[in-house]
Design a protein around this ligand. Structure first.
Ligand SMILES: Nc1ncnc2c1ncn2[C@@H]1O[C@H](COP(=O)(O)OP(=O)(O)O)[C@@H](O)[C@H]1O
Ligand SMILES: [Mg+2]
Length: 146
């Protein structure tokens, strides 16, 4: 499915619609991969997910901290949203340092990963994949892969 958005609010709406259809995995974390160039809207989409899940604190890009954990209000689809940005990770060893095993196995976690293609180990995970394309200053195409 491909959707064209023309501002931040539309991208947030796409995130909300996506989340309403997203099925929780029951035996492991639910993982979403966000791919696309810098500025294509991956973090903006994640902000839309967070807002929909009741996060009131500001969601900023975790490029330098690599990973941010948001505890979600009771009654949401997930207990935690974990936002990971692999942009600055160099290799699989960096990934191992993050010790992701607990995060990826907890079915109450929603794990949202920007730049998953940077880490080979991620390619073996089952994840919902979304591609972001920069069209012009305010236009983006969001493609949710089946
Ligand atoms: N239709 C749109 N959807 C999402 N972001 C948009 C859109 N139009 C303009 N923007 C702007 O593009 C930028 C997207 O940045 P960001 O989400 O951080 O990208 P990425 O995480 O992919 O590098 C933001 O500054 C945002 O305000
Ligand atoms: Mg980003």
């Amino acid at each position: 499915m491909e959707i064209e958005t023309h501002n931040l609010e539309e991208t947030h709406q796409v995130a909300e619609d996506f989340l309403s259809k997203l099925k929780n995995n029951l035996d492991r974390s639910t993982i979403v991969f966000l791919s696309g160039d810098l500025g294509a809207g991956k973090t903006a989409f994640t902000q839309g997910l967070a807002k929909t899940l009741g996060v009131t604190e500001e969601v900023t890009s975790p490029t330098f901290v690599i990973q941010k954990i948001y505890h979600l209000p009771v009654g949401q689809k997930f207990n935690k949203m974990i936002h990971i940005d692999c942009y600055r990770l160099e290799n699989d060893r960096d990934w191992e340092v993050l010790n992701m095993d607990n995060i990826l196995t907890d079915p109450t976690n929603l794990v949202v990963v920007e730049w998953p293609e940077k880490i080979d180990q991620l390619s073996t995970l089952e994840a919902v994949k979304i591609e972001f394309k920069f069209i012009d200053e305010n236009t983006r195409i969001i493609k949710i892969l089946p």
